[in-house]
Design a protein around this ligand. Structure first.
Ligand SMILES: *Cc1c(COP(=O)(O)O)cnc(C)c1O
Length: 468
């Protein structure tokens, strides 16, 4: 299995290469050269398998022999064995045809754990084999940072430093990062905004000497290994509901388009999908694109679903590559124009192709609260987090005409992760699961730094060396 860049100028890599590289050198994203196929017989063999085993099987189709299958299976069992539900990704029926696929039973209560718990183990495995170490740096406004820290804590070959904007994350989110006291983990509370944090991380990556010295790596959602680890749950859920004999639809609340892209990959591998429904909050670039081919950047506005407060959906480039018939030169041209002009005129044929499979839906904060109340009233007191509510509202608005097609909604966060929104909608405070019940009493550790690259780099250097 080889991986090619969506912009066509980077040398192809194998799975290990894309795991460690993240972004391609030409600025593009790696894609599998071909989609592995699951026949009806393959799918029948996966039905009923425990989640970790199914995941190892599906992800194994992407590793191309770079990771021994027995090792991959052990890593999957170890990663998903830490989830607090034996099914790992249980499905809850919300009404006659709509099902919530709960992806939040991992250590940080959001779906990012699905990929990152495995990614941390994959990094350690591959780095140990090569006798290398890396330093992961990342910026977070909330969920990604805690999931990355939980994934990398106590890993032998990895140090991790996460920057968050001082006083601008929710208390749950901050505490999930700052109460991890492992020696290879450090948190920077930057005096600035989330954008300042992102700029600082970008600047570190652009500082070639520093990047080399520290072996900097990223765990953002452009890493193909993350997408690969998100494909199994779509296959697992579709099989539970009768695929491949029965078509399903997926509704996914989206920010960077990573989770939707994994659903699309499941389809390309053999799951019959009637449609993909993409839920957005007021930051709705993808919904505008699908409705009217208006792919134009607007300033990010805060919403009740902060993990989707994103204007540039970086993984969309992978779908664009597919829509353009895998024409890398055309993809590069579109992406360069998008960066230069803030808008992307997608050719009509490609836009029509997208509209034939994907439908977008936008929900504002008031609508999100209304949807949370509706679910609570109509689905036996179901408490959805605000991101999930965007997904369920999108599903209700775009139910397939064929009543035999069920809709699987990606339920991306535990409601206790967003207690303020739940209180506002329902007047109740959702309790944290047992493993986090004492989160508010735990000791925190973080370092406040000014928005100054030299200071930040100095801190990262000191942090990384301590373990060497
Ligand atoms: C990251 C995140 C999303 C968006 O996922 P993408 O892959 O970026 O589309 C949605 N909900 C929650 C809770 C998240 O943490």
């Amino acid at each position: 299995m080889r991986y090619v860049s969506t912009r066509g100028q980077a040398a192809p890599r194998d799975f290990e290469g894309v795991l460690l590289a993240g972004l391609a050198e030409d600025g593009g994203l790696f894609m599998p050269e071909t989609w592995p196929q699951l026949s009806a017989a393959d799918l029948a063999a996966l039905r009923g398998m425990p989640y970790a085993d199914l995941a190892a099987h599906v992800i194994g189709l992407f590793t191309g022999g770079t990771i021994a299958q027995a090792d991959l299976l052990a890593m999957c069992r170890d990663a998903y064995g830490r989830f607090d539900h034996k099914a790992v990704v249980p499905m809850v029926q919300l009404d006659n045809r709509v099902f919530a696929l709960e992806l939040f039973h991992g250590p940080t209560l959001a779906f990012k754990d699905m990929a990152l718990q495995l990614l941390g183990r994959l990094f350690d495995h591959v780095l140990a084999k090569r006798g290398q170490r890396i330093t992961i740096v990342g910026a977070t406004s909330g969920d990604t940072g805690s999931a990355a820290i939980e994934a990398c804590r106590d890993r032998a070959a990895v140090d991790i430093v996460i920057l968050h904007p001082e006083n601008r994350t929710s208390e749950v989110q901050r505490r999930q990062m700052t109460t991890v006291l492992s020696p290879n983990v450090a948190n920077i509370a930057l005096k600035g905004s989330f954008d300042d944090c992102q700029d600082a991380v970008k600047a570190m990556f652009n500082d070639a000497a520093f990047r080399g010295e520290m072996s900097l790596a990223a765990v953002n959602s452009i890493n193909w290994a993350r997408i690969a680890a998100q494909i199994p749950y779509y296959i697992y859920a579709a099989l539970q509901l009768g695929a491949p004999e029965r078509k399903v639809a997926f509704s996914v609340p989206s920010g960077n388009f990573g989770n939707v892209l994994a659903a699309y990959a499941a389809h390309r591998m053999g799951i019959p999908v009637e449609r993909f429904i993409i839920g957005a909050n007021r930051n709705d670039i993808l919904a505008r694109f699908l409705a009217s081919n208006d792919m134009s950047m607007k300033p990010v506005e805060p919403s009740l679903s902060p993990s989707m407060d994103i204007q540039v959906s970086s993984n969309f480039e992978r779908l664009l590559f597919e829509l353009l018939g895998r024409d890398a030169a055309a993809t590069a041209d579109q992406m360069n124009r998008f960066r230069a002009e803030g808008r992307m005129p997608v050719p009509d044929a490609a836009w029509q192709k997208a509209r034939a499979q994907f439908v977008g839906f936008t929900l504002d904060d008031a609508g999100t609260l209304t949807e949370m109340r509706r679910l609570h009233a109509e689905a036996a007191g179901y408490i959805a987090d605000p991101h999930t509510a965007v997904g369920t509202a999108a599903a209700a608005a775009h139910l397939p005409a064929d009543p035999a097609v069920p809709v699987i909604v990606a339920s991306t966060a535990h409601p206790a992760k967003f207690p303020d929104a739940v209180r506002e909608a329902l007047g109740i405070t959702p309790p944290l699961p047992a493993h986090l019940a004492d989160l508010y009493e735990r000791e925190e550790r973080f370092t406040v730094l000014g928005n100054d690259l030299e200071q930040v780099e100095g801190f990262v250097r000191a942090q990384a060396r301590r373990n060497r």
